[in-house]
Design a protein around this ligand. Structure first.
Ligand SMILES: Nc1ncnc2c1ncn2[C@@H]1O[C@H](COP(=O)(O)OP(=O)(O)O)[C@@H](O)[C@H]1O
Ligand SMILES: [Mg+2]
Length: 306
């Protein structure tokens, strides 16, 4: 997966406030700036590329990344499906579904996993962003670990479930729970690749080897073609040396995986969650929105979205 060497201006996003300038790994680490081309052509493959958003730590930006990367891909005219695969169902609330509605098991991915007569296409919901669809989560997903224990091929349940929608979408993103158990193994088994959001905190780096071990286990056992599409640095604070040090550390340990796009820490993400919509529509020209659009371009450039 080659990186672009095309030289561009120091920051490739318009910004009026210096503190709000786009951070990029190349720039923060003092290298030649990278730009990723605008995407104008249709996806090259007819079947959806499935991407799991994984990290066993909570609060690192998995759900935020799923929603906003999905919205950015949809803005480009791609057909995108998001799956809420976390019992906390925060992706579902983040897309505007009321908590009372989430209590209903019918209509959720959990119901689909348990009722073989249910049709996945009946469970697809529309977000406020055209082209961005989703299947909602349910709190009982937390019971999956125990519920699937006696099932044969329990790791393949989600993969089989998604087969009928692979022709309907260009990108399918799975928002995983903060664990590396049965649900996440199911997501990884169903995926072409993994995106790992990682907050710019020292302890977060230590947890990364566990994620990589789980990916290796899946590659050996249930999905030999599973790729790592990248590590995404999140909650980056350009004003602290700590954020830069952590970025340099990730870069030295995982130089091929660390993405050039960085997501900075900004309160706009929590605000957009409260509003129940992606930051790309809530604050379309904000740094967060610009960053997730750049991530979408980088992912397509690196081959992580077809
Ligand atoms: N880049 C960011 N800057 C500031 N807050 C963020 C950022 N990304 C996510 N958040 C907020 O942090 C919290 C945890 O993020 P979330 O995406 O839910 O993490 P996870 O899914 O990994 O648990 C949420 O309240 C979210 O709005
Ligand atoms: Mg989450």
């Amino acid at each position: 997966m080659a990186k672009s060497s095309q030289e561009v201006s120091r920051f490739d996003a318009k910004s009026t406030n210096r503190d709000e300038e786009l951070a990029a790994t190349s720039v923060v680490l003092g290298r030649k700036a990278i730009d990723f081309p605008e995407v104008t052509s249709a996806p090259s493959e007819s079947k959806a590329r499935v991407i799991s958003i994984v990290n066993q730590k909570g609060g690192v930006g998995k759900t935020t990344t799923t929603i906003n990367l999905g919205a950015a891909l949809a803005e480009m005219g791609r057909r995108v499906l998001l799956i809420d695969f976390d019992s906390q169902a925060s992706m579902t609330t983040g897309l505007g579904i009321k908590p009372a509605q989430i209590k209903e098991q019918y209509g959720s991915i959990w119901h689909l996993l348990n009722d073989s007569s249910a049709k996945i296409t009946d469970f697809i919901l529309k977000s406020n962003q055209p082209g961005l669809d989703f299947i909602r989560g349910h709190e009982d997903l937390a019971a999956a670990e125990a519920a699937f224990v006696t099932e044969l091929a329990k790791e393949h349940k989600l993969r089989k479930l998604l087969l009928p929608v692979l022709d309907l979408y260009d990108d399918i993103l799975i928002d995983c729970s903060p664990s590396l158990g049965t649900l996440t193994i199911n997501a990884l088994t169903a995926s072409n690749g993994v995106l790992i959001p990682m907050e710019c905190e020292y302890f977060a780096v230590l947890g990364l080897s566990l994620v990589k071990k789980t990916i290796e286990r899946v590659q050996e056992n249930t999905n030999p073609n599973l790729a790592i599409y990248g590590i995404l640095a999140t909650m980056f604070d350009r004003k602290t040396a700590h954020s830069r040090e952590v970025l340099a550390l990730i870069d030295s340990e995982f130089p091929d995986e660390l993405l050039d796009t960085i997501i900075s820490r900004t309160v706009r993400f929590s605000e957009s969650t409260v509003k129940g919509e992606p930051i790309t529509t809530y604050a379309s020209s904000s740094l967060g929105a610009v960053s997730y659009r750049r991530l979408a371009r980088e992912l397509i450039y690196r081959g992580g979205a077809n």
